[in-house]
Design a protein around this ligand. Structure first.
Ligand code: ASP
Length: 425
C-alpha cells in the first residue's frame, strides 16, 4: 500500500470517509454478487484482527525481554534506581488520571445504557458478560495467582498474558546477567526477534486502512451513524486525560522537582514532540529526543544516554493511560460491572504492558487485547476503537516522548547537573 505514498493516517481517514459513504447507501440486507455485504466486510475485518492478534505473543515477549536486558546490573546504580522509580511512578500517575477521567465521562455509557449495540459489538455480548461475571475477576488474589503461570507454554497458547509478562520480565532480567558468548548470543537473538516483530507489526498496519474500512462499514451498515457518538466521547476522554498529564503533571514535575522552566522545556523539546506526533513512534523519534535533550536542554550524555533509550522502550505514560481508558471504555460498553478488582487488574496490566509495548505505531492495540483477555472480554472489541486509534496514537506518542525527556532532565538535576533551562530562583 506504500505506492499510495500517502501518510497512513490520511489513508485511514480516507478509508473512514468511504466507510461512512457505504454506511449511508447500504444496509445489512445489501448484497454484492449474491453475497451479503456485511459478511464480506466481516471476513476482511476478521482477517485484519487475526493478523494483529497473531503478533501478540512474540512481540510482547521480545519487547519486554529486550527492555529488561538493557538494565545491566552494573549500571543499575543510583542512576538506574532513580530512573526506574521515576518511570514506574509517572506511568502509574498517568494511568490513574486516565482511570479518573474515564470514570467521570463514562464514554461506554450513553443515556444510562451500555453502548454495545450502538457500536456494533457482537450479538453474543450477553454470553460474554455472563461468562466474565461467572468467572469472577472479583477475586484479587486470583490476579496474583494468574501472574505466575504453572506452565508457560500453555499460558502463551491460551493467551494468559499476565503470566507471560511476568515470565518475560524475569527472563529478561536474568539474561542481562549471563556473561560472555552465551550472553551475547541470547541478546542478539532477542534483539533480532524484536526487530522482526516490529517490522511485521508495521507491515500488518499497512493494511489498517482496509481493516478500518471493513470494520467501520460493517458497524455503520448494521447500527447507523449513532455509532459515532460514543466514539467521539471516547476520543475526547482520551485527549482530556492526556492533556492533564502533559500540561499539568509534567510541568509540575519540571517546576517543583527538576526546578526547570516548563515553557522553556516545551520549546526545547518541540522538534521531538512534532516528530513523535507525525511518526507515532517513540523508537523512530529517539535520535531527535536525544538531540533535543542534550543540545537544547543541556543534559549530560551520561544521563541522557541511559535514561532515553531505556525510556523509549519502557516508559510510556501516554500509552499506559490510553490502554486504561480504552479497556475501561470497552468494558463499560459491554455493561460490565467495574468493581474494584476489575479496575485494579486493568491498572496493573496497563502498567506492565506499557513496559512491554514497543515504541512503534499502534503497538497499544496489541496491549489492549491483552487487558481485554485478562478481564474476560473478546479481542474483537478492539475493532471499535480502531477508527480513532491513529490520531490518538499520534497524541499519546508525543506524551510518551515528552515524559522521557522530563525524566532525563529531572534525573540530571537530581544528580546535581546544571542544565540550560534551570530556574534562577
Ligand atoms: N505509538 C506508541 C509509541 O511509539 C506506542 C503505542 O501506544 O501504540 O510510543
Amino acid at each position: 500500500m506504500k505506492f499510495f505514498r500517502l501518510a497512513l493516517h490520511w489513508q485511514i481517514f480516507i478509508a473512514l470517509i468511504l466507510a461512512v459513504l457505504v454506511g449511508i447507501f447500504a444496509d445489512s440486507a445489501t448484497t454484492l454478487f449474491g453475497l451479503s455485504l456485511t459478511s464480506i466486510f466481516n471476513f476482511i475485518g476478521t482477517l485484519f484482527l487475526n493478523a494483529l492478534k497473531m503478533l501478540i505473543v512474540p512481540l510482547i515477549m521480545s519487547s519486554i525481554i529486550v527492555g529488561m536486558m538493557e538494565i545491566q546490573p552494573d549500571t543499575l546504580g543510583r542512576l538506574g534506581y532513580k530512573t526506574l522509580i521515576y518511570y514506574a511512578a509517572s506511568s502509574l500517575v498517568a494511568i490513574l488520571i486516565g482511570l479518573m477521567v474515564v470514570n467521570l465521562f463514562q464514554p461506554g455509557i450513553a443515556d444510562g445504557e451500555p453502548v454495545r449495540e450502538l457500536v456494533g459489538l457482537s450479538a453474543e455480548t450477553d454470553d460474554v458478560v455472563q461468562s466474565v461475571e461467572g468467572k469472577g475477576t472479583g477475586d484479587l488474589a486470583e490476579v496474583f495467582i494468574r501472574m505466575i503461570p504453572p506452565n508457560i507454554v500453555s499460558a502463551a497458547a491460551e493467551g494468559k498474558m499476565l503470566g507471560l509478562i511476568f515470565f518475560s520480565l524475569l527472563f529478561g532480567f536474568f539474561v542481562s546477567r549471563v556473561k560472555g558468548k552465551p550472553g551475547d548470543t541470547l541478546k542478539n537473538f532477542w534483539n533480532g526477534l524484536l526487530d522482526v516483530m516490529m517490522q511485521m507489526t508495521e507491515w500488518v498496519m499497512m493494511f489498517a486502512p482496509v481493516g478500518v474500512f471493513a470494520l467501520v462499514a460493517k458497524v455503520l451498515m448494521t447500527s447507523g451513524m449513532d455509532a459515532f457518538r460514543p466514539l467521539a466521547v471516547f476520543f475526547f476522554t482520551v485527549l482530556i486525560a492526556l492533556g492533564i498529564h502533559l500540561l499539568l503533571v509534567m510541568p509540575s514535575v519540571l517546576r517543583f522537582i527538576a526546578r526547570v522552566r516548563p515553557a522553556a522545556h516545551f520549546r526545547a523539546m518541540m522538534p521531538a514532540l512534532l516528530t513523535a506526533f507525525s511518526t507515532s513512534s517513540s523508537s523512530a523519534t529517539l535520535p531527535i529526543t536525544i538531540d533535543c535533550v542534550e543540545r537544547r536542554a543541556g543534559v549530560s550524555n551520561r544521563v541522557s544516554g541511559f535514561t532515553l533509550p531505556l525510556g523509549a522502550t519502557v516508559n510510556m505514560d501516554g500509552t499506559a493511560l490510553y490502554e486504561c481508558v480504552a479497556a475501561m471504555f470497552i468494558a463499560q460498553a459491554y455493561g460490565l460491572s467495574l468493581d474494584f478488582t476489575t479496575q485494579f487488574t486493568i491498572v496493573l496490566i496497563a502498567l506492565l504492558t506499557s513496559i512491554g509495548v514497543a515504541g512503534i505505531p499502534s503497538a497499544s492495540l496489541v496491549a489492549i487485547t491483552i487487558i481485554l483477555a485478562a478481564i474476560g472480554l473478546p479481542a474483537e472489541a478492539i475493532g471499535m476503537i480502531l477508527v480513532v486509534d491513529r490520531v490518538l496514537d499520534m497524541c499519546r506518542t508525543a506524551v510518551n516522548v515528552f515524559s522521557d525527556s522530563v525524566a532525563a532532565v529531572t534525573i540530571a538535576r537530581l544528580e546535581g547537573e546544571e542544565t540550560n533551562l534551570t530556574m534562577k530562583n
